[in-house]
Design a protein around this ligand. Structure first.
Ligand code: AMP
Length: 420
C-alpha cells in the first residue's frame, strides 16, 4: 500500500497545495481510491464524512482534468460534475477543490438553489472546468442551456444515499439522461441501501468497490511523538525520559503481562519506582497501585491494555506506549487516557523495528502523522524508511510536534482532529 501522496503520482501542482495544507499521509480511502480513479475506472466508495473522502475524489479528478487540459490546450468546457445533496456540502466541496487545485489553473462553479441564479450564470459564462452542484439547480441551468451535460467526462455523486433520501432520484435520472455514456462515474455513500445498489447497477460501468471505516479521532490537545529505538534500549530510553521533571505522572503501556513485569524489573534496577497493574495481580494489589498513582504517591504506573480498561485518571499528562499495540484502535484508547477535559496531553510511543508496521497502521487509521523524536538511543531509520525527525527531542512541547496550520483548524471543525 502506498504511504505518501508522491507515491500516488499526483501532479506537482496538486502536491504543492497538499504540502501547504500540511497533508502528509493519504487516509485509507485516499490510498485506495486515488489509483482507481487515476486509472479512469468507475468507483463505489462506501465512506463517511471525516474519512477524507472529499480529497479522495477531488485530488484524482483535478489530476485527470489538469493532465487532459494540458493535452487539449484552450479547452474551456466543463468536464467534471460533482453532485451533492445540500448547498452546505456544495460550498464545502467547492472550498476543497479550490484549495487542492489552486495551482492547476482549473476553474470551478458552485451551483445550488435558493439564491439568485444570475451570479451562477456569470460563473458559467466565464468558463468552468468543474461544476459542483445540487441536482435541482443543475437541471435548471442545463434546461436553460447554460450547461451542456454531454461534455461531462467525470461524474461524482457525493453522499448518494442522502440525495436519494432527500428525493432527488428523479432529478438524478434526468441528469443521467443528458450525460455521455462513456463518462467515468464515481459514487460515494455512507450506506449501501438497495436503492443505491439499483443506482450503481444502472449507471456505473464495472465499478471497483471500496469500503472504509470511520476514522477514529484523537483529541486535538494530545501531542504525539514516536521514538525509534532498539528493544534492548527501551528501558534506558524510558529512564532518560523520566528525568524530565515536567512529568509528574505517567501511564506506561505494555502489550503483555510479561512485558509489564520485565519493565518493572528494569526500572527497579535503574532505581526508578514503578508499580504494575495487570491481570496476574490480585484485585486488591491493583486497586492499591491505582489509588497511590491517583493520589500522587506513585509517578509511574505500568499497565497492560486489559488491566487499564476503565481506568480514569484526572489530569494525566503523559502516556507512554512502551510497546506499540497491534490494533490501531487500542492506540486511540490508550492515548485517550490523557488530554481529558480539554487538558493538554502528550503521548510518546517507543517503536522498535519490528513495530514499524504497527506505527504505520496507526498513522493510517488516525489519518495523522506521528513524527519521530530525536533522542540519545536513536536507531537509524535509514535502512527502514525515510526519517523525519523533530528536533529538539521533547516531551511535552506541543510546538515540536506539528507544523500544520490552516488545514488543522479546518479539520478540527469537521471532527477529523489532528494533533498540534
Ligand atoms: P472529509 O471526509 O472529506 O469530510 O474530510 C475530513 C477532513 O479531513 C477535512 O477537513 C480535510 O481537510 C481533512 N483531510 C482530508 N485528507 C487529509 C489528509 N490526508 N491529511 C490530513 N487531513 C486530511
Amino acid at each position: 500500500m502506498n504511504t505518501s501522496f508522491e507515491d500516488l503520482n499526483l501532479s506537482s501542482s496538486i502536491l504543492k497545495s497538499l504540502e501547504e495544507e500540511g497533508y502528509n499521509i493519504p487516509t485509507p480511502i485516499q490510498q485506495q481510491a486515488i489509483p482507481v480513479i487515476m486509472n479512469e475506472r468507475d468507483l463505489i466508495g462506501c465512506a463517511q464524512t471525516g474519512t477524507g473522502k472529499t480529497a479522495a475524489f477531488a485530488l484524482p479528478v483535478l489530476h485527470l482534468l489538469e493532465t487532459k487540459k494540458d493535452k487539449d490546450a484552450g479547452n474551456k468546457k466543463a468536464t467534471a460534475l460533482i453532485l451533492c445533496p445540500t448547498r452546505e456540502l456544495a460550498l464545502q466541496i467547492g472550498e476543497s477543490f479550490a484549495t487542492y487545485g489552486k495551482y492547476t489553473g482549473l476553474k470551478q462553479a458552485v451551483l445550488f438553489g435558493g439564491v439568485p441564479i444570475e451570479e451562477q450564470i456569470n460563473d458559467l459564462q466565464l468558463g468552468a472546468d468543474i461544476l459542483i452542484a445540487t441536482p435541482g439547480r443543475l437541471l435548471d441551468l442545463s434546461r436553460q442551456s447554460y450547461i451542456n451535460l454531454a461534455e461531462v467526462q467525470v461524474l461524482v455523486l457525493d453522499e448518494a444515499d442522502r440525495m436519494l433520501e432527500m428525493g432527488f432520484k428523479e432529478d438524478l435520472s434526468k441528469i443521467f439522461e443528458g450525460l455521455p455514456s462513456n463518462r467515468q462515474t464515481l459514487l460515494f455513500s455512507a450506506t449501501m441501501s438497495p436503492a443505491i445498489t439499483d443506482l450503481t447497477s444502472s449507471f456505473l460501468n464495472q465499478p471497483e468497490t471500496l469500503k472504509v471505516d470511520a476514522i477514529l479521532s484523537i483529541a486535538e490537545n494530545i501531542a504525539q511523538l514516536a521514538y525509534f529505538v532498539e528493544k534492548k534500549d527501551k528501558p534506558a530510553l524510558l529512564a532518560h525520559i523520566l528525568k524530565n521533571k515536567e512529568i509528574k505522572n505517567v501511564l506506561v503501556f505494555t502489550r503483555t503481562k510479561l512485558g509489564a513485569d520485565e519493565l518493572v524489573r528494569a526500572m527497579e534496577k535503574a532505581k526508578i519506582k514503578v508499580a504494575a497493574i495487570h491481570g496476574n495481580k490480585s484485585q486488591e494489589a491493583r486497586q492499591r497501585a491505582l489509588d497511590t498513582f491517583k493520589d500522587g504517591g506513585l509517578r509511574v504506573l505500568v499497565a497492560t491494555d486489559v488491566a487499564a480498561r476503565g481506568i480514569d485518571i484526572d489530569d494525566l499528562k503523559y502516556v507512554i506506549n512502551y510497546e506499540l499495540p497491534i490494533q490501531p484502535e487500542t492506540y486511540v484508547h490508550r492515548i485517550g487516557r490523557t488530554g481529558r477535559a480539554g487538558n493538554e496531553g502528550t503521548a510518546l510511543s517507543f517503536c522498535e523495528p519490528e513495530e514499524l508496521q504497527y506505527l504505520k497502521d496507526i498513522k493510517e487509521t488516525i489519518g495523522q502523522d506521528i513524527p519521530f523524536a530525536d533522542h540519545p538511543y536513536q536507531l537509524s531509520l535509514k535502512s527502514y524508511t525515510k526519517p523525519a525527525f523533530v528536533s529538539p527531542p521533547l516531551v511535552g512541547k506541543k510546538t515540536s510536534v506539528s507544523k500544520k496550520s490552516s488545514a488543522k483548524s479546518k479539520s478540527r471543525k469537521r471532527g477529523y482532529s489532528k494533533t498540534s
